[in-house]
Design a binder for this molecule. Structure first.
Ligand code: GLV
Ligand code: MN
Ligand code: MN
Length: 417
């Protein structure tokens, strides 16, 4: 691999990995990494990331959705802005690289530009979003949607498991959600949004490639499914007289799996299930469960949801229960911008990396920019394709490779302007 012409003192895989390890110590749960949006650990992470941004010469503010915004001005006023970033919230019992890598790598890239005193004809913003995973509230991507100008204020009324609304959580966080509309960037003055992220899948590793260029991000639908039967005594209610909501849920889950298995371009998951007031000796009267359906093909995803709805109706009738499906999140597939991709591809080539193209099965903040601001993503290989798991791992060498590509891309964008 060719060496970069600069002496990259800050922009090293080791420096990025050290910060990732440091940030991973900030968790809501002492046993594992869990950093849900707008909770205490998120607030502490915001402070740490903000400090790193300041060290990198950025002006820092926390926006009205809790996103850390670090800005570096251009060498002239009225210049456009290039957006970089990813997220610092996590799932429960998470890996440390998902999202956090993209934020830390972007800060390192900007830090390098700052230390080299590189002047650019555009401003740069590093955005550390805090609502990508959608674990605490049903809706998600609120931080990135606000920047993209597609934020829906209905998300402020979402409630978490304790009954707290997102609006209340934001006020407690010190953010003022009433100002959400003012976060929208002007597309005419925004070059695009570029995100580095671990692949979260096995393709780059199988191809023995450290990095890859993302072509598109799968669309997704999330829903809450409720099944209502009738509770009763587990010892006295004969089997043929039961309206057991949990057994109906099991049958619905198997139907969902069969529908998704019917097409390689489709995945569907029930990741959470609850039996309210459940007890060992009570026939379950109601069940709530989640649904997550994804595909690169929007028509296929919509067809699958229709088929799931039909299967639910059939199972409900045969088991004498009722069912509802409430869609809580819907995002069409996002195609990455060909011009940004061409620029990144040239940087891949300059470093001797094959510009391998792949699509993303996971969701990303980049999706929020769909139809508003051009976006692009570079993936870094991760061990075993493992993600949303504490053993998630990307090597310092691979993380550095993607960060150097981003640095080179920014320099070439500056030279071309
Ligand atoms: C986030 O990681 C998602 O793809 O759900
Ligand atoms: Mn992520
Ligand atoms: Mn994730």
């Amino acid at each position: 691999m060719k060496q970069s012409p600069l002496d990259h003192s800050v922009l090293t895989g080791a420096a990025i990995a050290a910060r990732i390890d440091d940030l991973a110590t900030i968790s809501d749960d002492p046993e594992c990494l869990t950093r849900l949006t707008l909770r205490l650990a998120h607030r502490k992470a915001v402070a740490r990331v903000g400090a790193w941004m300041r060290e990198a010469g950025l002006e820092v503010r926390i926006d009205s959705l809790g996103t850390v915004v670090g800005r570096r001005e251009a060498d002239r006023p009225d210049a456009p802005t290039l957006l970089l970033g990813s997220h610092i919230d996590t799932v429960r019992d998470a890996g440390r690289y998902d999202g956090n890598y993209g934020v830390i790598a972007a800060i390192s890239v900007v830090d390098e530009l700052y230390r080299q005193e590189v002047q650019l004809p555009f401003a740069i913003e590093v955005l550390a979003f805090g609502d990508e995973e959608g674990v605490r509230f049903a809706s998600t991507l609120t931080g990135s949607r606000a920047v993209a100008g597609t934020f829906d204020a209905a998300a402020l009324d979402d409630v978490d498991i304790t009954g707290m609304t997102r609006g209340e959580a934001l006020l407690g966080f010190g953010a003022d959600p009433q100002l959400a509309r003012s976060e929208a960037r002007d597309p005419a003055k925004t070059i695009g949004y570029v995100e580095l992220h671990i692949e979260q899948g096995p393709i780059l590793e199988a191809r023995k490639l450290p990095i890859g260029l993302v072509t598109a991000i799968n669309g997704g639908t999330r829903a809450d499914i409720t099944i209502r039967g009738e509770s009763g005594h587990a010892g006295t209610l004969p089997m043929n007289m039961r309206r057991d909501a949990l057994v109906a849920a099991a049958e619905i889950m198997l139907a969902i799996e069969a529908i998704a298995r019917g097409n390689d371009a489709l995945v569907a998951t029930v990741g959470r299930i609850e039996v309210p007031r459940g007890a060992t000796n009570t026939v379950p009267g109601s069940v709530r469960m989640s649904l997550d359906v994804r595909s690169s093909d929007d028509a296929l995803r919509i067809d699958a949801l229709r088929a799931i709805g039909e299967a639910m109706a059939r199972i409900a009738e045969s088991r004498r229960v009722t069912t509802t499906m409430d869609i809580t999140y819907e995002m069409p597939a996002t195609v990455c911008d060909p011009r940004l991709m061409a620029g990144l591809e040239a940087s891949f080539n300059r470093f001797g990396h094959a510009p391998f193209h792949l699509s993303s099965g996971a969701g990303h903040d980049a999706m929020a920019f769909r139809g508003a601001i051009p976006c692009a993503m570079v993936f870094t290989r991760c061990r075993g394709g493992l993600s949303h798991h504490p053993d998630e791992y990307a090597s310092p060498e691979d993380m550095e490779a993607a960060a150097l590509v981003l640095h080179d891309f920014i320099l070439s964008l500056g030279a071309a302007a």
